[in-house]
Design a protein around this ligand. Structure first.
Ligand code: FES
Ligand code: FES
Length: 207
């Protein structure tokens, strides 16, 4: 359960639902201006960005990447469209499938459900950084060997999620894997292969 909670947007973006509603209400009440603006609302100062582009600095795979982005741009769109990191896939684009999973400060998040502007200051790790130079990592290689993919759209998300899962659960049972990877969906139904990958990588036993 802890693993799944990590992927809820409010658990990772630093913006609670209440903050979001408050900011949304304030945004609606101020003129549309470019750049950050501070307004006083509900007894506190609230920074309002946009709606135009603002500078966004991200730490992705150990590199500092800068872009001018509208505050509404998701981390997934920033990665794919601004920085040409297309490993994380846009499938549902609504936090339901896990194809866009990346690590934010070491924990898996749905990149389609995190705003790029909120990911500033965090260490972002994408599937591109999990390969070993030009070679597949042992986990990636295991996906090939266990025939754990068909169309492949879900695969990068599963690889990232499995990497995190195995760090948290070095010797999982089959049930642990079923529960731990339940934030990712494969429409091609390659679950048996994916569970076999996790078991083989962990040296776990079927139960
Ligand atoms: S594309 Fe992000 S969860 Fe489906
Ligand atoms: S391999 Fe096609 S969605 Fe998983």
């Amino acid at each position: 359960m802890k693993d799944d909670d990590a992927r809820k947007p409010e658990a990772t973006s630093g913006v609670s639902r209440r903050d979001f509603m408050k900011i949304s209400a304030v945004t609606a009440a101020v003129p549309l201006v470019l750049g950050p603006k501070v307004v006083h609302a509900a007894g506190e100062d609230v920074a309002v960005h946009g709606p135009g582009k603002v500078p966004v600095a991200l730490n992705v795979n150990g590199k500092k990447l800068n872009a001018q982005l509208e505050p509404r741009v998701t981390l997934l769109d920033a990665l794919r469209e601004q920085f040409d990191l297309t490993g994380a896939k846009r499938v549902c684009d609504r936090g339901a499938c896990g194809a866009c999973t990346v690590l934010l400060d070491g924990k898996p998040v749905y990149a389609c459900s995190v705003l790029a502007i909120d990911a500033q200051g965090a260490k972002i790790t994408t599937i591109e950084a999990l390969a070993e130079a030009d070679k597949l990592s042992p986990l990636m290689q295991a996906f090939v060997e266990h025939d754990a993919q068909q169309c492949g759209f879900c695969t990068p998300g599963f690889v990232v999620a499995t990497t995190y899962f195995l760090k948290q659960h070095p010797t999982p049972s089959a049930d642990d894997i079923r529960r731990g990877l339940n934030g990712n969906y494969c429409r091609c139904g390659t679950y048996d292969g994916i569970r076999a990958v996790a078991l083989a990588q962990a040296g776990g036993k079927q139960s």
